[in-house]
Design a protein. Structure first.
Length: 149
């Protein structure tokens, strides 16, 4: 148990949790933004089956989901430290790329209104993905000391 509960692994666990929350935010239909009496939101059907940005959104959420699952697997793999550091930074870059794709769709899809303003769920998902990427990058600089004495 001491072997897995290190400060570095706690950052990785936080990164995986934030990444998985960002992935599951694609199913959030009831999160919306209201500006000047007009609502802007991105429902699941608009995002994945609509005309605007369906492929970009799918790729963005897929990148976030796959990298979050890879972070979970990275916790239990016993590989060389240099390779693990390289993989961690690569996964952080993939999380940021997924966040950029999700941010793009938040500007493209404006729900069922005639005004153009960003949807709330993709913005929150993008922010969570960036926080996950930062936590994953910090985990490689954190000490590998056990939390339990």
């Amino acid at each position: 148990m001491k072997k897995f509960l290190t400060i570095s692994n706690l950052f990785k666990i936080c990164a995986a949790i934030f990444g998985l929350v960002a992935f599951f935010l694609m199913f959030a239909d009831q999160i919306y933004v209201e500006i000047l009496g007009a609502r802007g939101y991105s429902s699941f059907s608009d995002t994945f089956f609509g005309e605007n940005g369906a492929i970009i959104t799918f790729i963005g959420y897929l990148l976030i989901g796959i990298s979050s699952i890879a972070i979970c697997l990275l916790l239990f793999m016993s590989i060389d430290k240099k390779i693990k550091k390289f993989v961690s930074f690569g996964l952080a870059l993939v999380l940021i790329l997924g966040a950029v794709f999700v941010f793009i769709v938040s500007a493209v899809i404006n729900g069922n209104t005639n005004v153009t303003h960003p949807a709330a769920a993709p913005i929150i998902a993008g922010i969570f993905a960036i926080v996950a990427a930062i936590a994953l990058a910090i985990s490689e600089f954190a000490p590998n000391k056990s939390v339990i004495k």
